[in-house]
Design a protein around this ligand. Structure first.
Ligand code: SER
Length: 317
């Protein structure tokens, strides 16, 4: 029997992953936690605790008391916010991961850890197109440095202590339930809200900035497929490259204009442009596709259709 702890259950990924895991493993076996209030359905459908991942003593007691067998550690300071407070972001992103890895090492019942990596592990010297799994990685952002260092620590804990930690290098994630906040790919969510509310959006990246993106249901399915893969099939204990589609602001605008023809876009690139310029245009994800024959099901048009339909309902428009 699994008892799963989600750290960061009120965030963009956590608010959806918690519900998907509750459906598979039973509501009472998925413990949601965060330092922020959760969405109503997360709170209503199973246990939720206010828990700060930086408080290692509280965390280890929680893990022991609830006989936790899997930890999904999703809390992080994203790329844009991390550039504003580099030292604090480094401390939060690294110390929280170290706390979780140490607990997984110390508490025998904890069989598995999931920790998200990101396309931010790549940098200006990485091949930009169809970026391979194993390649030059010289990230130029605090967030990217913390994700790359985190990947190295994950592999270290796997090799040295046998901690079965698994990870995906998520691209920009597009979802309608919970907004991300503080990321370089946030424009690809903001644009949908703005298109529906104002029929106009000013993008903080330039029109032809291409980045890898993914619709949230793909990310959830890929995460569960990786976590449920038999141990002998898991080739990497660093992040796996994973691919949905890739697009520029101009291309996503065109996809939205198929539904809202008078939607207008403007461009005012800010400091996040420099971050985006160091990330890949597209990644090669053939290793991730081995797991449970996982493959992406949503392209730019299906993502746009579903985003607009659901946001319209959510915003009561
Ligand atoms: N979406 C994240 C960010 O923009 C990338 O992992 O920071």
């Amino acid at each position: 029997m699994e008892n799963i702890l989600i750290i960061g259950a009120s965030g963009q990924i956590g608010s959806e992953l918690t519900l998907a895991l509750r459906e598979r493993y039973g509501n009472d076996h998925v413990f949601a936690s965060d330092i922020k209030e959760p969405a109503e359905d997360v709170r209503e459908s199973g246990p939720f605790y206010m828990l700060d991942v930086m408080d290692d003593k509280h965390l280890i007691h929680f893990v022991i008391r609830h006989k936790i067998t899997q930890i999904y550690h999703l809390a992080a300071v994203l790329s844009g916010n991390a550039e504003k407070l580099p030292v604090q972001a480094w401390q939060i992103n690294m110390n929280s991961l170290m706390n979780v890895l140490e607990i997984a090492k110390l508490v025998e019942e904890v069989r598995q850890v999931f920790w998200p990596s990101s396309i931010a592990v790549f940098g200006p010297s990485t091949p930009k197109e169809n970026t391979p799994q194993l390649t030059i990685m010289e990230p130029a952002t605090v967030y990217g440095i913390s994700k790359l260092a985190g990947e190295r620590w994950c592999e270290y804990y796997y090799k040295r202590y046998g901690v079965d930690v698994r990870s995906l290098r998520y691209p920009g994630l597009i979802s309608y339930k919970t907004e991300a906040g503080g990321g370089t790919t946030d424009w690809a969510v903001e644009i949908f809200y703005a298109a529906l509310r104002e029929k106009a959006y000013t993008c903080f990246l330039a029109e032809n900035t291409r980045l890898p993106m993914m619709f949230m249901p793909d990310a959830i399915n890929a995460t569960i497929a990786l976590m449920e893969a038999p141990a002998e099939e898991v080739r990497f204990h660093i992040g796996y490259n994973i691919k949905g589609f890739n697009c520029t602001p101009a291309e996503l605008t065109a996809a939205i204009q198929k539904h809202i023809p008078d939607f207008k876009i403007g461009y005012a690139p800010d400091f996040r442009q420099e971050i985006a310029d160091t990330w890949p245009d597209s990644v090669d994800d053939h290793y991730a596709r081995c797991h449970d024959h996982w493959k992406s099901r949503y392209d730019i048009d299906t993502t746009t259709d579903i985003m607009l339909k659901n946001l319209k309902e959510k915003l009561k428009l």
